[in-house]
Ligand binder design. Structure first.
Ligand SMILES: NC(=O)c1ccc[n+]([C@@H]2O[C@H](COP(=O)([O-])OP(=O)(O)OC[C@H]3O[C@@H](n4cnc5c(N)ncnc54)[C@H](O)[C@@H]3O)[C@@H](O)[C@H]2O)c1
Length: 317
């Protein structure tokens, strides 16, 4: 299959592109390298450095003629979206529409969209939250992801463009950068490797559903292979397990074999207290289940940060 991965030089997108390459697909990557890293690209991919809002995207889609669009490019910081909601909407909504219009004009069959579960449901839902809980995003980032899900549904009805939205939990793993929804893992790993102190926001008892990137990649692959369905499937991708920030620190400390210099700072105003996703629907529809528990995933992640530090490998800033 011909697959175009947007955001394919980024954390999750580069793992997705690697997996599609390894499975023998013809893979193109479209990324403006605003947070992505060219070194993450498999040499087999065809790469275009371009902003998804650029009118030139249509020419790329016309030339590459992908059957599948795996859409990961995004302004992915909730904090930036709060400070600059127009910029967030411009990239995450208008940029996505630019891609979708090109997809419709040039025969793309399916879009698999990287949505969010962590920023979708708000604090009113008791974890683990199923998709039946009405979305109540409280950040412009979450609102934009929800808007795209609705556009995908409309494009499916209007144009027959198949679409699947995967609502990721807090994804962590090798190559992750500190700005995303599970950025805390990257921040702690970096500090640990550099023997530097770091700050825990508030009491550290806030919970998240830390989901290993390899499991997320498998969900994307299964979504790509799913027989066509109607209407748009929206699927939570998470472990259902709540892990506190204090638990993360304890796990990393055990892995490192030396105490971490962690200090508690003030709580982040408005920060969600608890979050975890019920992925029963993904299990039913895709046959997907997480396979990597947080201890194992953190060990692999820390290992990568340690090796990257040794090799002086370029990392996202
Ligand atoms: N990391 C998580 O925990 C998480 C959770 C839920 C959803 N997501 C979503 O998954 C996707 C990938 O996130 P990530 O954590 O890998 O982040 P990332 O920043 O590593 O990846 C995003 C990629 O998109 C590229 N990009 C950004 N703006 C662009 C633009 N205007 N045009 C072209 N390329 C652009 C960046 O250079 C980067 O390579 C995003 O859509 C994000 O919203 C991530």
């Amino acid at each position: 299959m011909r697959i175009l991965v947007t955001g394919g030089a980024g954390f999750i997108g580069s793992h997705v592109a690697d997996a599609f390459c390894a499975a023998g697909h013809t893979v193109g990557v479209l990324d403006d390298l605003s947070s992505g890293v060219k070194d993450h690209l498999d040499p087999r991919v065809r790469f275009w450095q371009v902003d998804i809002r650029d009118p030139g995207v249509e020419q790329i889609v016309a030339e590459f003629r992908p059957e599948l669009l795996s859409h990961h490019a995004a302004q992915m910081s909730v904090g930036v979206s709060v400070r600059e909601p127009q910029r967030d909407a411009d990239i995450n909504i208008r940029g996505t529409l630019n891609l979708l219009e090109a997809a419709v004009r040039h025969g793309v069959r399916r879009v698999v969209f990287a949505s969010t579960g962590g920023a979708m449901y708000g604090d009113h839902a008791l974890p683990p939250t199923p998709e039946t809980v009405p979305p109540e995003p409280v950040s412009p980032y979450g609102v934009a992801k929800l808007a795209v899900e609705r556009y995908l549904h409309a494009f499916q009805v209007m144009h027959g463009l198949e679409a699947i939205a995967l609502r990721y939990a807090n994804v962590y793993g090798p190559r992750q950068n500190p700005h995303g929804e599970a950025g805390v893992v990257a921040i702690f790993c970096r500090a640990l490797v550099a023997h530097q102190p770091f700050t825990i926001n508030g009491d550290g008892n806030q919970t998240r559903d830390y989901t290993y990137v390899g499991d997320v990649v498998r969900a994307v692959q299964l979504a790509a292979a799913l027989p066509a369905t109607d209407p748009l499937p929206i699927l939570n991708i998470g472990t259902g397990v709540e892990t506190t920030v204090n638990d993360l620190v304890a796990h990393l400390q055990a892995l490192a074999g030396h105490p971490l210099q962690a200090h508690h700072g003030p709580a982040k105003p408005g920060e969600q207290r608890r979050s975890a996703l019920d992925a029963t629907r993904a299990q039913r529809v895709l046959g997907w289940q997480p396979t990597v528990d947080v201890r194992t995933g953190l060990a692999r992640t820390l290992d990568w940060f340690q090796n990257a530090a040794k090799a002086g490998e370029s990392e996202p800033g």
